[in-house]
Design a protein around this ligand. Structure first.
Ligand SMILES: Cc1ncc(COP(=O)(O)O)c(C=O)c1O
Length: 396
């Protein structure tokens, strides 16, 4: 294949793709002065919740703010403990730490890299308020085992679904497997809303209403007689006598814009198609890379639909290069941007300063020396997949 085509497709190693439909939807919003949260946001929330199979969706500025709302809804605060995985983007752990809770890192399963329920079981105490599993790379965690631990203890389970829109576990979609799901529509994700965006899902009205309130500064509207408008009704109704504002908590402005929602509605319609292409690319990677000594390819559990936000390979000790050289050579010799998702959170300076240390999660720490994420997104052609795999074979 011609190199420029591959390099064009590899300029960004992850993410989605926009087309004419998104442009048209955006134009409509511009004509309507591109406001903040309005009817399109509500439409997007309802469509996304229905897609997942949840009762409620709440659009937010990004998954970082969605995770924070989920922690607030779960009542997480100082003195509580939240169990999560060390292999994630730091937002996951920060959601609990920023509420003043102690983040407890459980170890991961060496095959899926997802939170290991056996390790979680060992870390549960009477202070455990929430468990925060991440459906890493687009593959759902062993949710039955995690829910069995959480349910009898009254622990809230918040699924970090940032990588997993459309992913399934035993036929059910991510975002409906715990009490709350949190999705990201950042530019690198399987669907995206103009670079940033997110959604929380739940089927529990009380959790939804708490997140709804905190998304918008805990603002309440009431009439001259002191009658409050229901929280899930339009917040600033024109032409009604509800113009007195009250604030019953310390909330945030985590609202999504109409422009993002308009694009999100189109992206949601294309999500299954995008995911199908990701699954095809992953299968092609697996076919073309199998049999290379020292290169372990992703394990897919038989009970999930993996949507391959990331295609992760393990560079084992028996491979001719170590992980760092593998990454560097692919970039410098072949201009392929590979990543390592992620630096274990418990080894970052901030979490070390809060008491985490090497040895807390030995499986995750050992995996960190091996995992590399190859480019994957629906814009990639078969020829570019071939270019990546040929480049890897050239390193052997
Ligand atoms: C697993 C995970 N959780 C949370 C986030 C935060 O998402 P956002 O960038 O939308 O805040 C990310 C972003 O990369 C992520 O990968």
């Amino acid at each position: 294949m011609s190199l420029p085509k591959a390099l064009y497709e590899l300029e960004y190693s992850h993410g989605s793709v926009y087309g004419e439909e998104e442009a048209a939807a955006l134009m409509e919003v511009l004509k309507a002065n591109a406001p903040s949260c309005g009817p399109r946001v509500k439409q997007f929330e309802d469509a996304f919740a229905a897609y997942c199979g949840a009762n409620f969706g709440l659009a937010v500025t990004n998954a970082t703010s969605g995770l924070e709302l989920a922690m607030i809804a779960a009542g997480v605060g100082p003195g509580d403990e939240v169990i999560t995985t060390p292999i994630s983007w730091i937002s996951t752990a920060n959601a609990a730490a920023c509420r003043g809770a102690k983040v407890v890192f459980a170890d991961v399963d060496a095959r899926t890299l997802n939170l290991d329920p056996a390790s979680v079981a060992k870390k549960i105490t009477s202070r455990t308020k929430a468990i925060l599993p991440v459906h890493l790379y687009g593959q759902c965690c062993d949710m039955d085992a995690l829910m069995e631990l959480a349910r009898p203890r009254g622990i809230t389970v918040v699924e970090d679904c940032a990588h997993a829109p459309g992913a399934e576990y035993k036929g059910r979609r991510a975002g409906t497997l715990g009490h709350i799901g949190v999705f990201s529509f950042h530019q690198q994700k399987n669907m995206t809303t103009l670079g940033e965006g997110g959604m929380t899902t739940t089927s529990d009205r009380a959790l939804y209403e708490r997140m709804l309130s905190y998304r918008s500064l805990c603002c309440r509207t009431y009439d001259p007689k002191g009658k409050y408008l229901p929280i899930d009704e339009e917040q600033f109704p024109m032409g009604k006598r509800y113009w007195y504002l009250d604030f019953d908590g310390l909330g945030y402005n985590f609202r999504m814009t109409e422009a993002q929602a308009a694009v999100g509605l189109v992206q949601l319609k294309k999500l299954d198609e995008f995911n199908a292409r990701r699954i095809e690319i992953a299968a092609r990677y697996t076919e073309l890379l199998s049999g290379i000594p020292g290169l372990t390819l992703p394990y897919v559990s038989p009970v999930v639909k993996h949507v391959f936000h990331v295609y992760c390979v393990m560079v084992e000790k028996s491979f001719p290069l170590n992980k760092e050289d593998f990454m560097w050579e692919l970039y410098t010799k072949h201009r392929i941007k590979v990543w390592s998702h992620y630096m274990p959170i418990h080894l970052t300076s901030i979490y070390r300063s809060m008491g985490s240390a090497e040895g807390d999660c030995p499986v995750a720490e050992a995996l960190y020396h091996k995992y590399v994420s190859l480019p994957i997104h629906p814009r990639m052609s078969d020829e570019t997949v071939q270019y990546v795999t040929d480049s890897i074979r050239a390193l052997v």
